[in-house]
Design a protein around this ligand. Structure first.
Ligand code: GTR
Length: 407
């Protein structure tokens, strides 16, 4: 009886929470009218007309906006880092690759955290290899059937291999580096204390200030620490690192790419709300939904725009523009309406204004390309058939895009 009663109360609470959320929009006719915040007008009202003004004024303003109002500020303090090669296999993948697994330990003197990097490098490349870098969702051992991979979780070996075209990358002359994103911040609401945050002074039960970083900021930080490692590894070309992320890891990759210009190319795979998609469209997942479902991802200040997206003083086209003038690729999937493919396309399209300052071509306005018809200018885009996922079609195009701009 008591259980039934408690169940009813819980159900009532859930209903009231859901009642505050607006119904999900999947119909273009229901997208509200909105005006996008300008990309090329500075906070003091000055029109930005050159790449130099963009870099010196506007880019910095927007970086600060996204840090203080969306992703949280990345602390400046230096953390001591050490690298330990746990395993090297020079004849991996039937002799095609060298597999290296490196443990990175972070320390602030009192507290330590570590992450485990899995690196495959193509043996056919003499000298430094270009490389794709991206977080995996479930553990390093899930990306291939390779028995040599040191597990970083309990998940089954090879269980995510369809999402990682390891052989394709290697035969195309690219390396791959991947890390389980949980190493940096276990993806749950109450895991701050197990994450890297305590390295920067966070203690269990501490209040989190409105503009403090949480998981997204921490994940982006982790990607930059991989870049630090890459700069020390003579087998990898640090000027040709392609940062790729899927979904929530796509959001994190974009934030890392925005802050850290060492990443040569940035690729967003189905990153959706809080990533490539325009927030003001409120199509599919919204700021209201995402900040409620994942309160530990963005900074708390972002929550003020929950179900209040019209008040957002910024939007994601400004975020994507922070990759300029580096090559940027945004990919959507036809059946991934939750991530708002059109909103992802428009955002990438409007970001093109900044690429134009550099004399570079973004995307054609305003119509989206057809299904499975990639466009590869300095900004690339495709919408492929199928669901929210990473497929061989995606990888084939990421490799073509990287070849176009890096080779
Ligand atoms: C969903 C979330 C999306 C996206 C996705 C994923 O639950 O609503 O924003 O990040 O997870 O990461 O697969």
């Amino acid at each position: 009886m008591r259980k039934v009663f408690l169940g009813l109360i819980l159900f009532a609470i859930l209903l009231s929470v859901r009642a505050q959320q607006k119904p999900v929009i999947y119909d273009e006719m229901q997208v509200p009218q909105f005006t996008l915040p300008p990309l090329l007008i500075s906070e003091s009202g000055k029109k930005i007309t050159t790449a130099k003004e963009w870099e010196k004024v506007r880019r910095l303003e927007l970086l600060n906006t996204f840090a203080t109002q969306m992703f949280g500020q990345t602390p400046e303090g230096a953390i001591k880092t050490s690298y330990e090669v746990l395993k090297t296999h020079p004849q991996s993948l039937g002799g095609k690759a060298t597999c290296k697994q490196v443990k990175v330990t972070f320390s602030n003197g009192a507290i330590e955290r570590s992450m485990l990097m899995l690196i495959y490098l193509p043996n056919q490349v003499k000298g430094k290899a270009p490389l794709f870098l991206g977080y995996n969702f479930s553990g390093n051992q899930t990306i291939a059937d390779d028995e040599d991979i040191i597990p970083s979780s309990e998940a089954e070996r090879g269980s995510s291999k369809s999402r990682w075209a390891v052989e394709k990358l290697i035969s195309s002359g690219y390396g791959l580096c991947t890390i389980w994103y949980y190493d940096i911040f276990p993806d749950a609401e109450d895991k701050h204390v197990e994450s890297i945050l305590p390295l920067f002074g966070y203690q269990s039960g501490n209040d989190i200030a409105a503009s403090s970083w949480q998981a997204m900021g921490a994940w982006a930080w982790g990607l930059s620490r991989v870049m630090d490692y890459i700069e020390t590894d003579n087998a990898i070309d640090e000027s040709k690192v392609v940062l790729m992320g899927h979904s929530r890891n796509g959001k994190a990759a974009l934030w890392a790419g925005a802050q850290d210009e060492r990443f040569a190319v940035v690729i967003s795979n189905n990153s959706g709300c809080g990533g490539a998609a325009l927030s003001k469209r409120t199509f599919g997942e919204t700021v209201g939904v995402i900040t409620t479902a994942f309160p530990h991802w963005f900074c708390k200040a972002f929550g003020q725009y929950a179900n209040n997206e019209e008040k957002l003083p910024f939007d994601q086209h400004q975020f994507l523009a922070l990759m300029a003038p580096r090559p940027l690729y945004v990919a959507s999937a036809e059946e991934d309406q939750w991530a708002d493919p059109k909103g992802e396309y428009l955002s990438a399209c409007y970001a093109g204004e900044v690429y134009e300052l550099y004399g570079m071509k973004g995307l054609e306005k305003p119509d989206m390309p057809g299904i499975n018809k990639p466009v590869m200018n300095r900004i690339g885009y495709h919408i492929r058939s199928g669901v929210h996922d990473v497929t061989d079609f995606d990888w084939d195009n990421y490799i073509r895009f990287a070849d176009k701009w890096l080779k």
